[in-house]
Ligand binder design. Structure first.
Ligand code: UDP
Length: 405
């Protein structure tokens, strides 16, 4: 894995200096992370890299994964949905299972550390086994509109922590404990974001039968209603009357989500008679392909109608692409309308902005450059590492009038 010095050439020098200073201050201290999955998903990917950066700084960073059983995973999926406002019934027995699995894991996992980060709801009940150190609940989910009963149960655990962290102010809930906002980040050196040569990009696209002879509109997303792939096709159709271009919708297969499967088959149906619409079903771990698709794009779309942070936007901006995104979730923090891309509220709006950008490649280029700089300053992993360490120092000095970092 690349070390901190590899990021020195990319991130803001001040950010690296601060990170190093915080590292010196916290060297020799222990920092434990607990979540419920060691791979798959952006959270685990970034955690791998963060742990290695913290270790390089001399911090005794450790990562433990909660072990569950099928009823537990069924239950935590329900919690996940309920916290996002969807109607999943959670019975009292299910909450008991949640607690039992947390209790039995607490007997296996050494929980002693100076700072403990518990990620998401699955291991939240470990707090009842706290012995020492500071405990922080790190929430990656949007809990702004939860089912009240589910939130009440979870808040019973969260209220015992020293603090909670959310990915954005609008994803948070009212809590009795101090709250912090730490947005997610991307790793510029990962397989998904590292530089790729033009030749490599061409070969990867070639491998998928995608020609580069027309402007490419690309959306990389799960096939999910809220990512609005059908809206993207409708916008493309409006544009296609005036501009010859190609649309690529790339995303993971709808694993266990029956609605996702239906969306995918409707997308395929819509795409059937148009050789310029390419629906690409990506297997897990398609990072290099995603990287190439985003780099090959003329315009990247993320036309969501509901969104968490929307990491694909940061990924595309990092590749200097103009991005057209739905004005929802974390997208407006990444797309500054008219500067790093365009925010849209409708199919017509998306079509209008696609046409504008296709007409004016210089504008797209300028936006892409500004987008990359915006991501460089705000959404790289070094910023997230720095935030976590600054938060650690701040929590240890709670109540002091001035906290020197
Ligand atoms: N992604 C992926 N495979 C897919 C679709 C998406 O690896 O088939 C990646 C994408 O590059 C991004 C993440 O998964 O890093 C999706 O994060 P985002 O916040 O955009 O959306 P979510 O799926 O979490 O709602």
């Amino acid at each position: 894995m690349p070390g901190l010095s590899a990021y020195e050439k990319i991130a803001e020098p001040e950010e690296i200096r601060l990170l190093t200073r915080l590292g010196k201050r916290l060297a020799g201290r222990s920092f434990l992370h607990v979540n419920s999955t060691s791979e798959g998903g952006g959270v685990a990917e970034i955690l791998h890299r963060l742990i290695s950066l913290f270790r390089e700084l001399g911090i005794l960073a450790r990562w433990e994964v909660l072990k569950g059983n099928p009823p537990f995973y069924d239950m935590t999926k329900r919690i996940h949905n309920a916290l996002q406002g969807q109607g999943s019934e959670i019975t009292p027995r299910m909450w008991e299972i949640h607690r039992e699995v947390n209790d039995s894991n607490a007997r296996q996992i050494p929980l002693e550390a100076d700072l403990v980060f518990i990620h998401d709801p699955q291991p939240a009940a470990l707090i009842h086994h706290r012995r020492d150190g500071l405990w922080v609940w790190r929430c990656h989910v949007d809990v702004s509109h939860p089912q009240p009963e589910a939130w009440r149960e979870l808040a019973g655990h969260v209220g015992r922590y020293d603090a909670a962290i959310f990915s954005g102010a609008k994803f948070a809930q009212r809590l009795a404990v101090p709250q912090f906002v730490v947005p997610p980040s991307i790793d510029p050196l990962s397989e998904k974001n590292r530089d790729l040569g033009e030749q490599e990009v061409r070969e990867i696209l070639d491998g998928h039968g995608i020609g580069l002879d027309k402007p490419l509109l690309v959306q990389v997303s799960r096939f999910d209603r809220f990512k609005d792939p059908l809206g993207v096709i409708a916008a493309y159709r409006m544009v296609k009357k005036y501009h010859d271009c190609r649309l690529i919708l790339a995303g993971g297969p709808a694993s266990d989500d029956p609605e996702g499967e239906e969306i995918l088959s409707r997308v395929r149906e819509e795409a059937r008679n148009d050789p310029d619409i390419c629906v690409l079903l990506l297997p897990p771990f398609s990072d290099r392909t995603i990287n190439a698709l985003q780099r090959a794009a003329t315009i990247v779309l993320q036309k969501s109608t509901r969104e968490g942070f929307g990491l694909t936007v940061a990924e595309a901006l990092w590749k200097s692409k103009p991005v057209i995104g739905g004005a929802v979730g974390g997208i407006p923090s990444q797309i500054h309308h008219g500067a790093t891309g365009f925010l849209v509220h409708s199919v017509e709006g998306a079509a209008y902005r696609i046409r504008q950008l296709l007409h004016n490649p210089e504008l797209g280029k300028r936006m892409g450059e500004m987008g990359r700089e915006h991501v460089r300053r705000n959404f790289l992993i070094t910023r997230q590492a720095r935030d976590y360490l600054a938060l650690w120092v701040a929590l240890e000095h709670r109540g002091e009038r001035v906290i020197q970092i």
